[in-house]
Every structure is written in C-alpha cells, then in structure tokens.
Design a protein around this ligand. Structure first.
Ligand code: SF4
Ligand code: SF4
Length: 468
C-alpha cells in the first residue's frame, strides 16, 4: 500500500509519497569549486596527519576519554582542569556564533567533514564507478541496487570508511594503539574491535545511504542558523531583482520578453545542488552554502552572454536594497564575549601550575590508635603531572613535630601527563589533638619549578574518646 501523497513542500530528499529521492548532483566546476577543492584536500591531509604529529614530544591531539585526559597541541588537560576546558569550549562555541553571524554557513560549505568527504571523495568516486551522474540515475531508475557497478562502489566505500574510522579513533586512543589492534586478532581485543566495526559501519552508512540528510535533518547547526544569521550576514543568494521574471532559454533567444530577467530557468542551479533545493526560493535551512549553484549559474551566464553573479555571496539586506551595516550589535557583542572567554582561557592556562595535587583521607577508618597509644592518620596524596617530562615530588608534613611521618614513596615519581596516588602516615600522641583535630601542612616540591603547601586536618580522639 503506498503512502498518501504529501501536500505542499516536502524535504528535498523525499518524494511526495514519502520514498527516498536520491540526489545525484551534477558537478559544476568553476572558480569556487576549485577554491573549495583546495581547502578540502588540505583539510583531508590535516585530518589524516594530525594523529601522527607530536608537539614537544606530546601528541598534537589526543582525546583520551577513558582517562579523561585531553592533549591539545602538546598541552595536557586533566579532569581537574574543568574551568580551562569550560572556557575553551565556550570560546569555540562563541567563535562559531561570531563566524556564522559574519560569514553565514561557510563552515558547512567549505570545512565540515560531512561536506568535504561527501563532495570530494564519495560523490566523485560514485560518478567515476557508476558511469557519471546519468549512470547513477539509470541504476536508481531501474532500482538495480545489486548492479555490479554499485556493488563495486560499496566495496570501495567500505574500504574508505575503514580508513576514516581508524583515523577518527586514533584521535581518542592514539596511533600506537590503533597499529597494535590492527596487528592483533579480534579475539585478543574484542571491545576495540567492536568499537572499530561500529564506527566503520556508521561512516559507511552515513556516506552511502544517509548522505545529505545529515545536513538537512540531523545537524543541529543547520537548525540553529536562523537564530545565528541576520539580514546582513553573508549568504549564498539569488539576485531576484536581476533574475526575475524568468524567461526560458528558447524564448530568451527568439522572442525575449522586454521585461525578462537574467534567469533563463535552466535549472542548472537545482541539478547541481547537493541538498536538492532551489536557491531561487530564498534562504533555506537546507542550504549549506556550498557555492555549487554559484558556479553552475556563472557558467550559464557566460553562455548567454550575461555577467556572472546572478547567484552570489551577498546578504539578504543588500539584495533587498537596504543599507549595509557592518557594525551591528551582534558583531560587537559576540566578539567581545569571545575575547572574554578566550582571554580567560589563555590567562588560566598561562598561570596554571605544572602539577595538580589532591589530598584525601584514608579509605578505611578516619584514624587508628596504635598499640603504643599514638594516633595514626593516613593521608592519600594524588599528584597529576601536567608537565611534559617525568618529575619526582618530595612530600613532607609540617606541623607534626613531636610525632612521626612515614612517607614510603617520597619522592614520588610521576611520568609526564600521568597521575599517581601515594599514602603518607602521620603518627602523633593523643595530646597533639585539640577537640579531635590537628592542623598540618603537606608540602610538595619537585625541586624545580613546582612547590606547594596544602592544609590538611588530621583527626584524632575527641576529649577522652578513643580511636577506632
Ligand atoms: S542556473 Fe541561473 S539561470 Fe539557470 S535557473 Fe538557476 S538561477 Fe536561473
Ligand atoms: S542552494 Fe547553492 S549553496 Fe545552497 S546547498 Fe544548494 S548548491 Fe549549495
């Protein structure tokens, strides 16, 4: 039973009966296409190379989620760096908002991995393997999904998805771990194998089947654009005043109406659109500002002897004949917010110490009373070494005079970017405690550029009370 036909506009990826409308956009090579291709190739090289690069002996990027430790450009961020990470995330978010307010969806059309790989890897391969756009459309029309060419395409897509998934996961586990997993049997590392298989499957599904629907349906950034853009923002737009009323190419050549606009209704801008929309209908959420319609239309304009730019980068205000306002409230406030967030991040980063120290009580009883009557406190010292080299931290306790301090692991050696916990035992006579408390200072120093003193309350029997 077929679905009831929809009334009005439906998603460009859907037919009116609800079935999938497979988009096979026709490439339009022009000046914008060449510029985007250069950017796309550079980004692909960067994506593949980054996990292999190091900065000062540390990974350029390593987002170690299980250990909750992020390394970015050789700088280590630990779970205790909440403020730093918050400021960094806020800076990125505000930067996206500023960028969108000024330049619209330039990110989507030029730099988003979905667009970069779809338009510069997967679609070109599809056209090459299936015999061009007409070959793909022919297979679609015949519903010949097990066509030999399409099966070859799936195999090539699967291989590329495997490479992309391995590279993507290298950002989270490091290249060394990936290389080790690749050499081992799946039985020896079942969990990483499943993670890799699922990631590869998701990449394959996205670029093979889901495709432009990621931009049209799933991406939250696309949904937010109406809030981020204003009438002065840079957008890819059709110059309605110049293009309308449309006159078909034939009529334009023979009996062109006197009031005809420059649009010859050739639909080249629609057939090249990777999200299947008609830019002449105005700014739409599905438009990823990829500039393909600009190139397609410029080629048509050249053929009919008209100047280029019927579809061009502009703003809604300019096209409506309104004055241009470069200085708007949002382009003042957003950069200000960015400067505050990013400035705060840089300040916090530059004043951050090389080590992060946490003092904790023993995990069993708060204190114990030894057979000789002395009160013993266990102090657990956790030291995170944020620096780029191994360090040894000497641990001393000040304020325990008359007692005994046992620090079996002082100095405590901690590798770069790692954290370790050791225990220090402080034994004091019962008389050293007032109302069951004794304040001491735990001093930690690496003998170089880190030294810190941290207050700690030892606990003991209150009044005549005993331990345990
Ligand atoms: S490509 Fe240009 S001329 Fe052709 S339909 Fe689109 S806007 Fe009109
Ligand atoms: S309308 Fe033009 S800029 Fe927008 S997605 Fe389609 S081809 Fe790209």
């Amino acid at each position: 039973m077929s679905a009831p036909a929809a009334h009005g506009r439906v998603l460009p990826t859907l037919n009116e009966d609800g079935s999938r409308n497979w988009l096979r956009p026709k490439p339009a090579a022009g000046r914008w296409w060449r510029r985007r291709r250069t950017v796309a190739y550079a980004l692909m090289v960067l994506f593949l190379a980054l996990p292999h690069l190091t900065v000062n002996g540390m990974p350029a990027v390593l987002l170690d989620l299980p250990r909750r430790e992020f390394t970015i450009l050789g700088t280590i961020f630990l779970p205790t760096d909440t403020l730093l990470l918050m400021l960094l995330l806020a800076s990125c978010l505000i930067a996206i908002i500023v960028f969108s307010a000024l330049f619209g969806r330039v990110w989507c059309g030029w730099a988003c991995p979905q667009t970069v790989y779809m338009e510069w890897v997967f679609r070109p391969l599809e056209r090459w393997i299936e015999g061009g756009r007409s070959g793909s459309l022919g297979i679609d029309r015949r519903h010949a999904y097990v066509h030999p060419r399409r099966l070859v395409k799936y195999a090539v897509y699967a291989a590329i998805s495997l490479v992309l998934a391995h590279t993507f996961l290298a950002y989270f586990v490091g290249v060394a771990a990936i290389e080790q997993w690749v050499r081992l049997s799946p039985y020896e590392h079942p969990v990483p194998f499943v993670v890799m298989a699922v990631t590869t499957g998701l990449v394959f599904h996205d670029f093979t089947f889901f495709r432009e629907q990621t931009c049209v349906i799933a991406c939250p950034y696309g949904r937010m654009q109406s809030a981020l853009l204003d009438r002065q923002s840079l957008v890819v737009a059709y110059d309605r005043a110049r293009g309308e009323p449309r006159a078909h190419a034939e009529s334009a050549r023979t009996h062109r109406p006197a009031n005809a606009g420059d649009c010859i209704a050739c639909n080249a801008c629609v057939t090249t659109c990777p999200t299947g929309i008609d830019i002449r209908n105005g700014l739409q959420m599905e438009c990823i500002h990829c500039t393909q319609c600009m190139d397609a239309c410029d080629q048509i304009m050249a053929r009919v002897g008209k100047p280029p730019g019927l579809i061009r980068y502009s703003s809604q205000a300019i096209l409506a004949g309104e004055p241009r306002h470069l200085l708007r409230l949002r382009v003042v406030l957003y950069p200000l917010a960015f400067a505050i967030a990013f400035g705060g991040f840089l300040y916090a980063l530059s004043t951050r110490s090389h080590a992060d120290v946490t003092l904790l009580r023993g995990t069993a009883a708060p204190f114990t009373v030894e057979p000789d009557g002395r009160v013993a406190n266990q102090v657990r010292v956790k030291i995170a070494n944020r620096s780029r080299r191994e360090r040894s931290y000497a641990i001393t306790v000040v304020g325990a005079e008359g007692g005994q301090v046992i620090a079996p692991e002082s100095p405590l050696t901690v590798k770069a970017g790692e954290q370790r916990t050791t225990s220090v035992f402080v034994l004091l006579p019962r008389t050293a405690f007032i109302n069951g408390r004794r304040d001491v200072q735990v001093s930690i120093s690496d003998g170089d550029d880190f030294a810190g003193t941290f207050a700690f309350n030892l606990l003991g029997p209150a009044g005549d009370g005993g331990g345990r």
